[in-house]
Design a binder for this molecule. Structure first.
Ligand SMILES: [Zn+2]
Length: 498
């Protein structure tokens, strides 16, 4: 008895599952063994109805075994291989080609979209066997290069394909999205905020984490979101990486070159942010992979939550250990934090009066410290514009620069960095490890002396010092200049917390 191959997911990885079916005489019953979860157990009813839709009525005792027995099987994606196994055991399917089969069955035999088609495509490629998926999964599978994949709308169509009665339908060629991306919101729509706009450009160019401090209504969220729109478009490899996360979660997998932008609220759980839980799914930090992770109202976040983010932010990946094993998710994000300037929110506001005592303000400022804050390169104040300022801005001067123009400069600066750090396999200045900073970022005597004086004044730590140097490198790259000048350094120092 040889089985039909299906898949189950562990974290973002697809694992092969062999489905073996045996039918013996006796009263009708279906049993499934091999650590199935509730959804797999429920597949009994779906599969039975779907088989009836193609004219097969099951009789006798049907035993389904899912191997290997020590891996938990989850979800409805095993419906299809179970149905094929039953067809084989009943003798109506003489030949079932060696391939990976995945899909959920509707009662009328239609194949429904399942999560995990992208990891399954990677598995099929590694095993060097074809993959059969529901047509609704075809688009995401097509983006994985070098995999032989077919799709069908229903169990009936698929059966015709594998018996050779009908030609197998290859998944259509991948829709490769345009490298142009639409920024929404666009910096052209953001009034004023020259300092934040400049800092966002530096953040995007060198992949520097940023903190925005401002009163409610100053537009911090808007700036964070617009930042995602000036990042370079995702390249093919990065696009598939982001697709892998979304496919694992069963989310929309329409291919796009736009960078992800994910907002995390302080009420979120550690699992929802970092991933894990019983089903080992990736969290927000992985959904933001290759894009922007935005933590609004940062001072409200619990310490344990920000502490748990430290490693994924630093390492670019996150490991979660459970009884079922250890899984790794990607988490290379640009971190943007937003916070009010004080507990009431209006310290330094041009119109509203701050109600906090100086003690309150000191206490509040202490919240803006800790392991995550150490990893922030750019501290920016985002003032709320007064109604007069807003009016004046709408009547005067040239319109603000659109995101597409800023993005062009960012792409140019990234290219310079990529070439420079090629030997270390790094793509941007922020990735440069601390031990390489002093060796690789040379400063003239004048700039070094200036930095030393300022570092003492600002009480910068060693880590802070290398962060300033990396930012100054990015500023010089944006200017297209080979040498870091005093002007670049002065600007980089401006973004340190005061
Ligand atoms: Zn206040």
């Amino acid at each position: 008895m040889s089985g039909v191959l299906g898949v189950t997911l562990r974290g973002m990885e697809a694992l092969p599952v062999e489905v073996e079916v045996e039918i013996t005489g006796g009263l009708f019953a279906i049993s499934i063994v091999g650590m199935p979860d509730v959804a797999v157990k429920e597949s009994r009813e779906r599969v039975r109805a779907a088989l009836r839709s193609i004219g097969l009525t099951l009789k006798g005792r049907v035993s389904v075994n899912l191997a290997p027995a020590d891996i938990p099987k989850e979800g409805a994606l095993l419906d299809l291989p179970i149905a094929l196994g039953m067809m084989k055991a009943s003798g109506i399917l003489s030949n079932c080609p060696k391939a990976l089969y995945m899909g959920e069955l509707a009662l009328d035999g239609r194949l429904r979209r399942v999560r995990g088609a992208v990891p399954a495509a990677f598995l099929a490629r590694n095993l060097n066997i074809p993959l059969y998926v529901p047509s609704e999964n075809a688009e995401e599978v097509a983006l994985v290069k070098g995999v032989e994949a077919y799709c069908a709308d229903s169990l009936g169509e698929l059966a015709m394909m594998i018996t050779g009665a009908e030609e197998s339908r290859p998944v259509p060629p991948a829709y490769i999205p345009d490298t142009d991306v639409n920024a929404d919101p666009d910096f052209a729509d953001i009034k004023g905020q020259a300092a934040a706009r400049r800092a966002a450009e530096i953040a995007a160019a060198g992949h520097h984490n940023m903190l925005l401090v401002g009163s409610p209504g100053s537009g911090k969220t808007l700036i964070a979101k617009a930042l995602a729109g000036i990042l370079p478009p995702l390249n093919d490899e990065e696009l598939v990486e982001t697709l892998l996360v979304r496919s694992t979660l069963g989310l929309d997998t329409k291919p796009t070159r736009e960078r992800p932008f994910r907002v995390v609220h302080f009420t979120a759980s550690t699992v929802s942010i970092c991933g894990g839980g019983n089903n080992l799914r990736p969290g927000e930090v992985s959904l933001a992979h290759r894009g922007v992770l935005f933590l609004d109202e940062y001072t409200e976040f619990r310490r344990d939550l920000t502490e748990s983010l430290r490693a994924p932010i630093e390492d670019g990946f996150i490991s979660v250990s459970r009884a079922a094993g250890t899984v790794t998710y990607p988490s290379r994000v640009l971190l943007v934090l937003a916070a009010n300037p004080c507990a009431c929110g209006y310290y330094g506001d041009p119109v509203m009066k701050c109600k906090c005592s100086s003690l309150d303000i000191e206490r509040y400022k202490r919240k803006l410290s800790g392991p995550i804050m150490d990893r922030i390169d750019l501290h920016i104040h985002v003032p709320r514009l007064t109604p007069e300022e807003l009016l004046m801005l709408s009547n005067k001067g040239a319109p603000p620069e659109p995101s597409s123009v800023i993005r062009e400069r960012v792409i140019k600066a990234r290219k310079i960095q990529q070439d420079r750090w090629k030997e270390f396999n790094l793509v941007c200045n922020a990735e440069l490890p601390e031990k390489l900073v002093k060796r690789c970022l040379t400063l003239s005597d004048e700039v070094r002396n200036y930095l030393a004086t300022m570092a003492a004044k600002l009480n910068l730590s060693g880590r802070g010092l290398s962060r300033v140097m990396k930012v100054s490198r990015t500023i010089a790259d944006l200017a297209g200049e080979e040498e870091i000048t005093k002007k670049h350094m002065a600007e980089a120092l401006m973004y340190r917390e005061k």
